[in-house]
Design a protein around this ligand. Structure first.
Ligand code: PLP
Length: 439
């Protein structure tokens, strides 16, 4: 590999001197330096290239540096780089229409935000205002973002030091491999998870529950694909108790699962959908809430008590329009579906046949998890020190992985090629062989 470039050294030094990082103790950080990228590859200043099987934070669905999106941002910057949210702006309107074109029937309006957290924040606000109720039920295995209500709706450890918002209740969702319901089949897991959720709603008092908030496919919490019938069952519960259903598609949306929205796989009809990440692959920060006609109508005569200076920022909106048009033209979502069904899914299954350290493979499209275990029989998670070794073995082989707890999340861009998948599978294979030697 080429020697370390002075700009890599400078980037690391400046970072350590002045940049305060997310979710970390700052003292021992040594962040990885990236200078550029194209498609499924990224590189440092020295030109060392890595296969990006993290899609950064699972958001570069269209790949790095897509020229059509970059050019659209440049043209918008020439035309009008910023505008107040209260104005009507053509680029914003086109972006809204492009998102609505891929939304479930009966959803025609969008409130744009800066990212996923504030999308959930505003979806919760819309649900509370619309129902006149207060509580939000979400799952312990979830991540919904790092702002007041979104982080308390979150189930994972990040909620705990941030519990300052009120009105949040948590439940367990379906996760057969580590079932909280002693289930042994997907049908049992589904039925019992629904029963549990209904009991939580009943015990909280249905008249106080504004919304159930779920990731359609739980992302950071483990790529948990819901069993067939679960989302339809949640919809039925919401209807029974007058509760709104908010689906968080921030990670699962815009091609990740091989569909425009993950909810398309099950035909579920939510009241609100939140999105961000893949909607423009994060080239300019953007997110939003898709609002059903019934919820939108509530605010025809009533003031919506929320707003953001950069709601529908024109650079972000130009990136949304270009991303969606390009994904349509280049059949990017179809590629994600085909790769998942024909290449990545079978390839990961074959890997699991060879590696006892893989306890379970699950996912769809370009959204997969390998659950790593020290013992297949007990399902004891692989210890953190060995998970860290998996990461360094992969990086040494020029692959950027995404690791969460004891899992490798296999989350390349939706534009990933057969050849790139083959290269990545070879890296996973070698890295897991090394780790098994150390177990
Ligand atoms: N919801 C889900 C499902 C996410 O995965 C994330 C981010 O990872 C968020 C919300 C928060 O999005 P953001 O980081 O853009 O605020």
């Amino acid at each position: 590999h080429p020697a370390r470039h002075p700009d890599d050294v400078r980037a690391a030094e400046l970072d350590r001197a002045h940049v305060f990082h997310s979710w970390s103790a700052q003292g021992a950080l040594a962040p990885f330096v990236l200078a550029g990228g194209s498609g499924s590859e990224v590189w440092d200043h020295a030109g060392r290239r890595y296969l990006d099987f993290s899609s950064q934070l699972v958001n570069t669905n269209i790949g790095h540096g897509h020229p059509a999106v970059v050019q659209a941002i440049q043209m918008q910057a020439d035309l009008l780089p910023t505008v107040a949210p209260a104005t009507a702006n053509l680029t914003r309107g086109l972006a809204a229409r492009a998102v609505v074109a891929h939304a479930p029937a009966g959803m025609h309006k969008i409130f744009f935000t800066n990212g996923g957290a504030d999308a959930n924040e505003n979806a919760i606000r819309l649900a509370r205002q619309h129902t006149g109720r207060d509580k939000v039920v979400s799952l312990y295995r979830s991540y919904h973002g790092n702002t007041g209500a979104a982080v308390v709706a979150t189930g994972d450890w990040r909620r705990v030091p941030n519990e300052y918002a009120r009105g949040h209740v948590h439940a367990f969702g379906p996760y057969l491999y580590r079932s909280d319901f002693w289930a042994t089949t997907p049908e049992e897991e589904c039925e019992r998870a629904l029963r549990h959720l209904e009991r939580v709603i009943q015990c909280e008092g249905p008249a106080s529950v504004a919304a159930v908030l779920l990731e359609t496919v739980v992302g950071t919490g483990g790529v948990l694909v819901p069993p067939d019938g679960y989302l339809a069952g949640v919809r039925a519960l919401c209807d029974r108790y007058g509760v709104l259903l908010i689906l968080d598609e921030v990670m699962s949306g815009f091609g990740r699962t091989g569909a425009w929205l993950a909810l398309d796989h099950w035909g579920v009809r939510p009241d609100l959908v939140t999105f961000a990440k893949g909607v423009n692959s994060g080239y300019v920060p953007a997110g939003g809430v898709l609002i059903s006609d019934a919820v939108a109508a509530t605010f025809d005569d009533r003031v919506f008590p929320g707003g953001l200076t950069y709601s529908g920022h024109p650079l972000a909106m130009a990136a949304v329009v270009a991303t969606i048009e390009t994904m349509e033209r280049e059949h990017v979502v179809e590629n994600a579906a085909r790769i998942g069904a024909d290449v990545l899914g079978p390839g990961l299954a074959a890997l699991a046949d060879r590696h006892p350290v893989i306890g379970e493979v699950r996912g769809l499209g370009v959204f997969w998890a390998l659950e790593l275990v020290a013992d297949r029989a007990t399902r004891e998670p692989l210890p953190p020190a060995l998970v860290a070794r998996v990461k360094s073995e992969m990086m040494a082989r020029d692959l950027l992985p995404f690791l969460a707890d004891n899992r490798i999340h296999v989350v390349p861009p939706c534009v990933v090629t057969d050849d790139e998948v083959a290269r990545a599978l070879a890296v996973y294979d070698e890295a897991l062989t090394v780790i098994e030697g150390e177990l």
